[in-house]
Each structure stands twice: as structure tokens, then as C-alpha cells.
Write a protein that binds this ligand. Structure first.
Ligand SMILES: NC(=O)c1ccc[n+]([C@@H]2O[C@H](COP(=O)([O-])OP(=O)(O)OC[C@H]3O[C@@H](n4cnc5c(N)ncnc54)[C@H](OP(=O)(O)O)[C@@H]3O)[C@@H](O)[C@H]2O)c1
Length: 333
């Protein structure tokens, strides 16, 4: 098969030929059709993800394809299933653990999906609706599941709640769509008025350009009315957390997801306790979450699809920040 392997930060990616993987006991072989990129893939590629990592890792966590072989103990009837592969195929359900995290694809020492084939646990894949493309299915494992657990992993968004989403990337666009599907009001933010107009088309009720409104958290709380917003999907990290806390109502939830402005920094602990905010760290989710997210029926926004041989161009597009929703790579027709 052909596969991409990392070859040092900053170096161009080139596909290499290697032996096909074979499904072990309890595994399925998936012929990959599509992959999508996440911000995480850029920091893995730059060797900034934290912790040790295999130097020649196959990158990317999010893929979808067709089961073409089944290992011992897996019914051969599964061959032919169209599936999305879980971000952590070993976390089927229940509570999170370091061992489950260590099994995340496309990081650390675990090869990912930017290849023509992968062998994964049969319990680590989820089928998706017939009318969906492989790119749509491949949008789900990280971004879709993360947005899902941000909104439904705690108290759970209810009709009439107000949800603030930061930016229009993969996680935030999914969050906007899931929140609207659940009957919530959405306040969307972006650095681009054009992207805000697209967010409006997806049902965002109020829009804030965070480049123009530096105290956007205060603005969001005013727009929400009452005491502030019920949920914030916080993808910025230390550079945005204070405003996210300002936006949240007392007792509201802030799902801490992202590191776009960096991994660490000062935290306004006073605001967290004085408003009794539920600040919840999110690390993607389980296979059960992937199934629940797909079953919600939201069709992901795919910004661009690059051919397999243009992986570098796909990375450059994601890094440019010009995208909205997901950037995909078509691995095979
Ligand atoms: N913890 C987890 O489980 C988990 C899972 C997935 C992702 N993440 C993290 O979540 C973040 C987003 O990931 P992604 O894959 O969705 O990224 P992405 O597709 O690259 O989207 C990033 C978008 O965020 C917006 N943004 C950038 N800087 C911002 C700022 N200072 N304030 C508000 N918005 C800002 C921009 O939107 P506009 O262009 O509209 O301005 C940008 O396009 C990353 O830090 C990623 O590592 C964490």
C-alpha cells in the first residue's frame, strides 16, 4: 500500500510503498477512502504535540473507508461495511483513561490514517448513513465527536439554551450544527465577516467578529440576555478563556477543548468559582459518542477535498485558516 510517514518537521510529505497491514484477532482491515485534518495534525507534524512521538508516524487520526477483511473472531459478514474509524478505537464506552488516550490514532506511537489501509479493532469503527460521502464520515472521529461531547457530555444542551462557539473551524462548525439541531440558540464568532455570514446560514442567531470586539465574552453575555450563555465551546485556550468565562452565566458550562492560543497561561480562578462555572476538560470521546454523534444526522461542512497526492497542500490550506468546517483528503475513489 501507499502511506505517508512523517519525516521531520518542515519537510515535504511524500507517500512511501509498504506492506499491507493484516487484521489480527478481533480486528478489521479497512481500505481507507477519505481522511480529514484537524488542528492536532499540524502540531503532531511540527512535533509540538507534547510527549514523545514516533519519528516516522503515519499522520492523521480521522478516516473512513470500507471493511475488506476480518481477523479471527470477527464475523466475515462485516466485510463491505462502510465505516468511520474512532479517534481512540480502544475506547468503546465508559470512562476515559491514560491507556485509552495512548491509543489515539496519528499521534504518539500509534500510526494514523493517511494510508491506503489500516487494521483496527472491529469494535472501534462505526457505520454511517448510506447517502453520506466518505469525506463526511471522516469528518466525525475527532471534530464531530469533540463537538458532541462538549455539548452533551455534561448536563446536555436543551432547547432554548444559548451556546457560544468560537471560530468556524472543524469543532466549532460541528458544535454550531449540533446545537441548532438540539433547538439551542447559537452565538457564532469568527475573525471573518464572510465566514460569519456562512455561520448565519447554518442557523447562528447572533454573530461577533472577535477581531473587532475584544471583549466578545461580555458582548455574548449581553446578547444571550439573562445572566449569560449556557454553554461555551472554548477552542482558544489561555488567550480566550477569560472572555469565555465572562460570557458564561453562573452555573453555565465551559467546555475546554482547544489550544489555539497555546497550551498554558494564567487562569481567572476567581471567575470560575464566583460564577460556579462548570469548566469541563474534553478529550474527544468514545466509540459510543461517535455512534451518538453520527446518529444525530448532521451533515458536516466539508470546505475542500484534496487528492491523496496533495497532502501537503491540504495541510497548507488548514494552516492558512481560510477554511470553514473540515479539510479532507480523498485517499481512493
Ligand atoms: N480536546 C480535544 O479533544 C480536541 C479535539 C479537537 C480539537 N481540539 C482543539 O480545538 C481547537 C480547534 O481545533 P479544530 O480542528 O476545529 O481547528 P481548525 O479547524 O483549524 O479551526 C480553528 C479556527 O478557530 C478559530 N480561531 C483561531 N484563533 C482564535 C481565537 N483567538 N479566538 C477565537 N477563535 C479562534 C478560527 O476561526 P475563524 O477563521 O472563523 O476566525 C480558526 O479557523 C484546536 O486547538 C485543537 O487542538 C481539541
Amino acid at each position: 500500500m501507499r502511506a505517508y510517514r512523517l519525516n521531520g518537521a518542515g519537510n515535504p510529505l511524500r507517500p512511501v510503498d509498504e506492506l499491507d497491514p493484516r487484521p489480527g484477532p478481533g480486528q478489521v482491515l479497512v481500505d481507507l477512502k477519505a481522511a480529514t485534518l484537524n488542528y492536532r495534525d499540524t502540531i503532531v507534524r511540527d512535533d509540538r504535540y507534547g510527549g514523545e512521538q514516533k519519528v516516522d508516524l503515519i499522520p492523521l487520526s480521522d478516516g473512513a473507508g470500507i471493511i475488506t477483511d476480518a481477523g479471527e473472531g470477527v464475523p466475515r459478514a462485516r466485510i463491505g461495511e462502510r465505516v468511520a474509524i474512532g479517534f481512540m478505537p480502544g475506547w468503546t464506552e465508559g470512562s476515559f483513561s491514560a491507556a485509552k488516550q495512548a491509543g489515539a490514532l496519528g499521534g504518539g506511537f500509534v500510526d494514523g490514517v493517511l494510508a491506503e489501509r489500516i487494521a483496527v479493532p472491529a469494535t472501534g469503527v462505526v457505520s454511517f448513513p448510506d447517502g453520506w460521502s466518505f469525506e463526511e464520515a471522516a469528518a466525525y472521529p475527532c471534530a464531530g465527536v469533540t463537538a458532541w461531547t462538549c455539548l452533551f457530555g455534561g448536563r446536555g444542551v436543551r432547547p432554548g439554551d444559548t451556546v457560544l462557539v468560537e471560530g468556524t473551524g472543524g469543532v466549532s462548525t460541528f458544535a454550531l450544527q449540533f446545537a441548532r439541531a438540539a433547538g439551542a440558540r447559537v452565538i457564532a464568532m469568527s475573525s471573518s465577516d464572510e465566514k460569519l455570514a456562512r455561520a448565519r446560514e447554518l442557523g447562528a442567531e447572533a454573530l461577533i467578529n472577535y477581531r473587532e470586539v475584544s471583549d466578545w465574552g461580555v458582548r455574548a453575555a449581553e446578547i444571550a440576555g439573562g445572566d449569560g450563555v449556557d454553554f461555551v465551546v472554548e477552542v482558544g485556550g489561555s488567550g480566550t478563556l477569560d472572555q469565555a468565562l465572562a460570557a458564561a452565566r453562573p452555573g453555565g458550562e465551559v467546555a475546554l477543548v482547544g489550544v489555539l492560543t497555546g497550551f498554558g497561561g494564567p487562569v481567572n480562578t476567581g471567575a470560575i468559582l464566583m460564577k460556579a462555572i462548570n469548566l469541563r476538560g474534553v478529550y474527544v470521546g468514545s466509540i459510543a459518542d461517535l455512534r451518538a454523534a453520527i446518529n444525530a444526522g448532521v451533515r458536516p461542512i466539508i470546505d475542500a477535498v484534496f487528492p491523496f497526492l496533495e497532502a501537503d497542500e491540504a495541510f497548507a490550506h488548514l494552516r492558512s485558516g481560510h477554511h470553514r468546517g473540515k479539510v479532507a483528503i480523498r485517499i481512493a475513489e
